[in-house]
Design a protein around this ligand. Structure first.
Ligand code: GLN
Ligand code: ZN
Length: 767
């Protein structure tokens, strides 16, 4: 008999209970005991939901108060010294201090670093290893949660982040060494103890996640996998181990994984289609189970049950149905909880969607189909086929006009009329900026408590649309005046009308839908509700022209038109899976292009198209980078390529490393690139020693993520550093990112210092 399994369930609760509880606890409004009892309730509810759905292997230890990678650091006692922890259990206060920083008696520390979990929008706390790092078993969480599950009559499967992934996701601190080479053995001592204890606690199966296996692995890394699982197999007692991978195929690692001394191998069959090929080619030993990730855990669309069943039947033929587990392609952490609660979506659209609860049903249906035959699941198959057909034939999802327009475009649409040198001359004339070091900002100004309050009153209907608009106009007027007074050269309108740089545009485009409860965890207690991109993209009317025109009417200096680029709109949404992402991105590019041209007609001399997500959309394997960058850069160029030479296209990028994709960034051919730099210790500038970047560029001169106001000298030094590798005629002066999260008290003095720094350095250049 095949089994129905799950790899992980959303932790946040159907009504974001976890957020409310942790935040209340941090504010001192909820006792630790209550926080714990509420989390316990959330876990039991999640188990009950999965049990009722018919899942055989229900995960435990997939819950986390903040982040599962941080849980792992607590489990193995990897607490950086500055948090003041010595030995024993890692207490909750230390745990939260690592997550969020802490300021209390005897302790004043920042949070540990956070970064993206593979190519998802989930962020984990980056483990940190000292040169003399020791590990110890320092948390009872997995054992407690296993016991709790068993008490609730659920023979749960504990989930752990595997030791090799854990080390590879962390970083060395204080010295340059390779954590994997140096720390695997001591870490395995603790992991062995954990496995042994879980087995002793009654775990029948233990899932070890090794998602690093879907990246390009070195020989050393694969050897580490072999060594690690060889050792863990010795301590597993009566338990059976699952080596679980997800987010892609395992490639060359397959033969090694197949022969490891574990009882089951978990493979993603949705994003890792090549895994099917690998199984066909190399087979699976007769004593090994396969966890077949057949239901997409990364997206919100219903599964094509017929197609999935076809795959599963083939696998059952090859390896035997009695050694098959049917599951999601990855943890369901990355999807919202229950589509039935989306009462504002119409029935048709809802019938196309599948959130965590629905995905459990799909898994169980597929398992039954395998075990009992298709007839047993006939009604479900028929319903599924109807929904898929309605989606395939839907007029809402397919707009012949959009497709015809795209088909007509040729390569010229994505190419500016002239080369950069010629454009530059036209723009200089058009803009009348200082010859050297023009100053600007990235877009948003502080979203103050007042801005948020007025917005929320407007949403509740407490103030009229007219009153709300008046308020926004006033805020805009204020920042225009402030910028003029500070002496910035290219102004922005402040983005007060926007809550979020994707949602604001998605709400104005046909083809996007919005959920009421579709929250997914981004990090800690921060959840996002990505728009659902279901249909062909159409921009019914201008989206931002009104705010541009208003702002520009207040000043003689150029005000920027401000847009979110196609790749970022794509990356931060749940995207339709019935056509390639590249095609959807081209449609978005066309909508942005229309807006760019409308802004130009309305008199915008500078238009900024932000692409902060370009880098994070990169495929996990290097071999896939080139095609991705080609279509992503192509979409940006399609969005921006239609303007005349004299109109300046700026772009902004942040949150990432850029050195390894600098040629793709250059290929975007933006006239001005405003790029995060201040936090990377000028590492970024290194790239220009080698790479001959021709267009204009503003490496950020100060870090807006910190409340600190950098003195003039410091920013002047940053500028000098830029001038060391770039030409004086190329460099712009700007902060690292938008100022949305800062207060005016912080950003005004900083901007004043920035403008002064530009003046000084300018004087030294000409004088
Ligand atoms: N223009 C946006 C802002 O200033 C850019 C935001 C971003 O880089 N994420 O807020
Ligand atoms: Zn930014």
């Amino acid at each position: 008999m095949a089994l129905a399994t799950n790899l992980g369930y959303p932790r946040i609760g159907p009504d974001r209970e976890l957020k409310r509880a942790t935040e209340a606890h941090w504010k001192g409004q909820l006792e630790a005991a209550d926080l714990l009892s509420r989390s316990s309730q959330l876990r039991r509810d999640a188990w009950e939901t999965q049990r009722r759905a018919g899942i055989d292997l229900i995960p435990c230890n997939d819950f986390s108060l903040y982040d599962h990678v941080l849980d792992t650091s607590a489990l193995v006692g990897a607490v950086p010294e500055r948090y003041g922890w010595k030995s024993g259990e890692v207490d909750r206060e230390t745990y939260f201090a690592m997550a969020r920083g802490a300021q209390r008696k005897g302790l004043d520390v920042g949070a540990m670093d956070m970064t993206k979990w593979f190519d998802t929008n989930y962020h984990y706390i980056v483990p940190e290893f000292a040169p003399d790092q020791a590990f110890s078993l320092a948390s009872s969480k997995p054992f407690d949660e296993l016991a709790e599950a068993r008490k609730a009559d659920v023979s749960a499967k504990p989930v752990l982040l595997g030791p090799v992934s854990y080390l590879l996701l962390g970083k060395a601190r204080g010295a340059d060494f390779d954590p994997l080479a140096k720390l695997l053995d001591p870490l395995l001592d603790v992991y062995s103890a954990v496995i042994d204890k879980l087995a002793g606690g009654g775990a029948e199966w233990i899932q070890l996640d090794e998602p690093v296996l879907v990246r390009d692995c070195t020989r050393e890394q694969l050897a580490a996998i072999e060594r690690a699982y060889g050792r863990l197999a010795e301590s597993k007692g009566g338990a059976r181990l699952i080596l679980q991978t997800y987010f892609g195929h395992v490639g060359d690692a397959y033969p090694l994984l197949r022969d490891l001394p574990v009882e089951a191998l978990g493979l993603d069959l949705v994003r890792g289609l090549q895994n099917m090929e690998l199984i066909r080619k190399h087979g699976l030993p007769a004593d090994k189970w396969l966890v077949a990730g057949a239901v997409n855990g990364r997206n919100v669309w219903i599964t094509d049950l017929e197609a999935a069943l076809g795959k599963l039947e083939e696998l059952a033929d090859r390896i035997g149905g009695e050694r098959l587990m049917v599951g999601p392609s990855c943890s369901l952490l990355h999807v919202p909880i229950d589509v039935r609660r989306e009462t504002q979506l119409d029935d048709e659209l809802r019938s196309w969607l599948s959130f965590a609860v629905q995905k459990l049903d799909e898994i169980v249906t597929l398992t039954r189909g395998l075990n009992e035959g298709r007839e047993a699941i006939q009604p479900a198959l028929a319903k599924n086929a109807r929904a898929l057909a309605s989606r395939r034939d839907s007029k809402r999802a397919h707009d012949p006009q959009v497709r015809a327009r795209l088909a007509q475009l040729d390569d010229r649409a994505a190419r500016r009329k002239s080369a950069f040198e010629k454009r530059r001359a036209a723009q200089r004339k058009n803009l009348g900026l200082p010859e050297r070091l023009p100053t600007t900002s990235i877009g948003s100004y502080p979203q103050t408590a007042e801005v948020r309050k007025v917005r929320s009153r407007y949403r509740k209907g407490e103030i009229s649309e007219g009153e709300y608009e008046k308020f926004l106009e006033n805020e805009t007027r204020k920042v225009i005046e402030l910028q003029e007074e500070i002496g910035l050269d290219v102004l922005v309108h402040g983005e007060f009308e926007r809550t979020d740089m994707v949602e604001y545009f998605a709400q104005q485009l046909d083809g996007f839908a919005f959920t009421q409860n579709g929250w997914v965890q981004s990090y800690g207690s921060r959840y996002v509700r990505p728009p659902v991109l279901y249909g062909d993209m159409h921009r019914p009317r201008p989206m931002t022209v009104r705010w541009f025109e208003f702002a520009q009417s207040l000043s003689d200096r150029p005000v920027k038109g401000m847009l979110t680029g196609p790749v970022t709109l794509l990356q931060w949404s749940f995207v339709r899976d019935d056509q390639p992402r590249s095609e959807t991105c081209r449609q978005l590019a066309l909508a942005v292009r229309d807006e760019v041209l409308d802004l130009e007609s309305a008199g915008a001399k500078v238009i900024q198209v932000d692409e902060p997500a370009l880098r994070e959309g990169m495929p996990l394997r290097r071999g896939d980078w080139k095609p991705y960058l080609e279509w992503a850069v192509g979409a940006f160029r399609l969005a921006t390529g239609g303007v005349t030479d004299a109109t300046q296209i700026q772009t902004h990028m942040c949150y990432s490393e850029f050195n390894d994709i600098i040629d793709a960034i250059a290929a975007m051919d933006a006239d001005v690139l405003l790029i995060e730099n201040a936090r990377s210790d000028a590492e970024f500038l290194e790239v220009f020693k080698e790479f001959d970047y021709r267009n204009e560029i503003g490496p950020g001169v100060y870090d807006i993520h910190s409340p600190r106001v950098p003195p003039v000298e410091e920013m002047a030094d940053q500028l000098q550093a830029s001038l060391g590798v770039l030409a004086g005629s190329q460099v712009w002066v700007n902060p690292d990112c938008g100022l949305k999260t800062r207060t005016y008290d912080e950003c005004l003095p900083a901007l004043r210092n920035m403008v002064e720094a530009a003046r000084r350095v300018r004087a030294s250049l000409t004088g």
